[in-house]
Design a protein around this ligand. Structure first.
Ligand code: NAP
Length: 318
């Protein structure tokens, strides 16, 4: 990708293999996803107020990193000098984060970030589909100190973050209400949701019911709306937040009976390990809407751009 824009800016090109630092591994990529993050960077469509900061990170007029791709699952081809716990030939999965680069045959993955050995029970496609939503949900639940028995509402429950949040919250012993359109009720119930709300027919924030945690992955439940759905001591998790939401979060947390949590997710090594363990135990599973070959990456982006994907869109690389 040499410019920002519609999926048609994407093209297959020969590029040099990435160089790896001493604490990184070189992965022969087998599968990745087109995440909402990839689609945002491709289109330079950043959440409200973040355009300036995001363009400084990703490239002002054109992308600095021509290869997108956040999630990766593949086989280690080389290891950096300081890497002790991974070897050539290991099957791994993890996240390249804002460095991206997973939509290529070879990609560099830091062992200081989110990386884990791929459970044998998972295909590369399934492992790649666990990471983006899984790490995001784990990071927000850690910050919010989600506890057993608490009531959680997930707005946008059928997307990548939503399907992971339902499963991780259930495995942590929470009661989960899923907000999505009725066509996705069956999916979210299979994943463990205890209750469902169709956003087309009911406003979860109409004041008739309250939750201990409200997780908004859609971006239409900032504090002024979501407060009616929060119990005393409740926490609002703004997965999709504007810069304004980020600035007002500490103020609302100080002046109301609620806490507002927003901001970018940390890529902790432990998240990959937690996801691998839960997948091995059969407590979480990957949700894949559709798989595409790398040659069809523009079609994969177009599906993500609809904003209606179920779970994850996977790209098979090699
Ligand atoms: N803070 C961070 O560091 C961080 C990390 C990861 C992601 N994010 C952000 O989080 C957002 C969500 O990511 P994602 O990958 O989960 O998105 P996604 O997979 O694209 O979400 C698609 C889902 O959203 C649902 N949806 C659409 N409109 C809705 C509405 N009005 N109410 C409820 N559900 C609705 C759709 O369900 P229906 O088809 O049923 O409508 C669809 O299943 C993205 O904007 C991403 O940039 C932030």
């Amino acid at each position: 990708m040499s410019e920002y824009g519609a999926p048609s800016v994407l093209a297959l090109r020969e590029v040099s293999p990435p160089k790896i630092s001493d604490d990184a591994v070189l992965v022969r990529v087998r599968a990745s996803t087109v995440s909402s993050g990839d689609a945002r960077v491709r289109a330079a469509n950043f959440p409200g107020g973040f355009s300036l900061i995001a363009r400084l990170i990703f490239g002002w007029r054109r992308p600095k990193q021509p290869v997108l791709g956040v999630d990766v699952a593949g086989v280690i081809e080389a290891v950096g000098r300081d890497v002790r716990d991974f070897r050539v030939g290991d099957e791994v999965f993890g996240m390249c984060g804002t460095r991206m680069g997973a939509h290529a045959e070879l990609c560099a993955l830091s062992t200081k970030g989110c990386i884990a050995k791929k459970p044998a029970e998972l295909t590369f496609e399934q492992a790649a589909a666990l990471t983006f939503g899984g790490t995001t949900a784990l990071d927000f639940f850690r910050r919010a100190k989600l506890a057993r028995g608490e009531r959680l509402l997930v707005n946008g429950a059928s997307g990548s973050v939503g399907v992971a949040a339902i499963q991780l919250a259930k495995s942590a012993g929470a009661h989960v209400t899923a907000v999505c359109s009725a066509r996705n009720f069956e999916l979210v119930r299979i994943l463990g949701a205890d209750a469902t709300i169709d956003y087309n027919t009911r406003d979860f924030a109409d004041g008739s019911e309250q939750w201990d945690l409200v997780m908004d992955t859609v971006g239409n439940a900032p504090y002024p709306r979501a407060k009616r759905a929060l119990a005393d001591g409740g926490r609002l998790l703004l997965v999709l937040a504007t810069l304004g939401d980020l600035f007002t979060a500490p103020w609302y947390s100080l002046t109301s009976p609620h806490r507002v949590i927003a901001g970018p997710v940390e890529e902790r090594r432990e998240y990959g390990e937690t996801l691998a363990k839960l997948a091995r135990e059969g407590r979480i599973r990957a949700v894949i809407d559709e798989e595409f070959s790398l040659e069809r990456i523009a079609e994969a982006h177009a599906l993500v751009d609809t904003g209606r994907k179920r779970g994850n869109v996977v790209v098979r690389v090699s």
